[in-house]
Design a protein around this ligand. Structure first.
Ligand code: FES
Length: 153
C-alpha cells in the first residue's frame, strides 16, 4: 500500500535533442522536381527543411539568406540546376558567384561556414536530394541552435 504523502521519484528525462530548422531555396525546374521525386519514390529523409521554391537559384538574393538566419534558421540551403543546365542559361553561374560572397561574409561575421550550403540537384536526383537534406540536418544537430544572426525577441 502506498503512502499518498510520499513523493515518487521520476527518472530524469533525457535532454531534448535540438531539431534544426533549415530553409531551402530550391529552383523550380531541378531541385524542387528532385524533392518531388524523393517524395513520390518514398525516400525517407528528415522533415526539418522548409522548401521555398524559386524560379532559378540566380534569383536568390543575399538578403533572403540573411533574413532566413535572422528569423531563426539554423541552416540555409540554396540549390539549383547543375552548372550548364540552368533554364535561364547563366542563372546558376550568377548564383554561384553571388553566394560565394555571401558565404565569405557569413564567415567574416563569425557564423559557422557549415550553416550555409549550395548544391546542384537535378529533377532526376531524388536520392541525392534526400542525402543532401539528411547530411545537413545531421550536421546542424551537431552544431546546435544558430544564435549569431537570430533576432532577439
Ligand atoms: Fe535552375 Fe536556374 S533554372 S538554377
Amino acid at each position: 500500500m502506498s503512502n499518498p504523502s510520499q513523493t515518487t521519484a521520476t527518472a530524469p528525462t533525457a535532454p531534448q535533442e535540438h531539431e534544426p530548422r533549415i530553409v531551402a531555396f530550391q529552383c523550380k525546374w531541378c531541385t524542387s522536381a528532385g524533392s518531388d521525386l524523393a517524395g513520390v519514390s518514398r525516400i525517407q529523409y528528415p522533415a526539418n527543411a522548409v522548401p521555398i521554391q524559386v524560379m532559378c537559384s540566380g534569383m536568390v538574393s543575399p538578403m533572403y539568406v540573411l533574413s532566413a538566419f535572422n528569423k531563426g534558421a539554423d541552416g540555409v540551403l540554396v540549390s539549383g540546376c547543375h552548372p550548364g543546365d540552368c533554364h535561364y542559361m547563366k542563372g546558376n553561374f550568377f548564383a554561384r558567384r553571388k553566394l560565394y560572397l555571401v558565404q565569405k561574409l557569413l564567415q567574416f561575421i563569425g557564423l559557422e561556414s557549415d550553416r550555409f550550403r549550395m548544391s546542384w540537384i537535378s529533377a532526376a536526383e531524388g536520392t541525392k536530394y534526400a542525402q543532401v537534406i539528411s547530411d545537413f540536418v545531421r550536421d546542424m544537430k551537431a552544431l546546435g541552435p544558430q544564435r549569431k544572426l537570430k533576432a532577439k525577441r
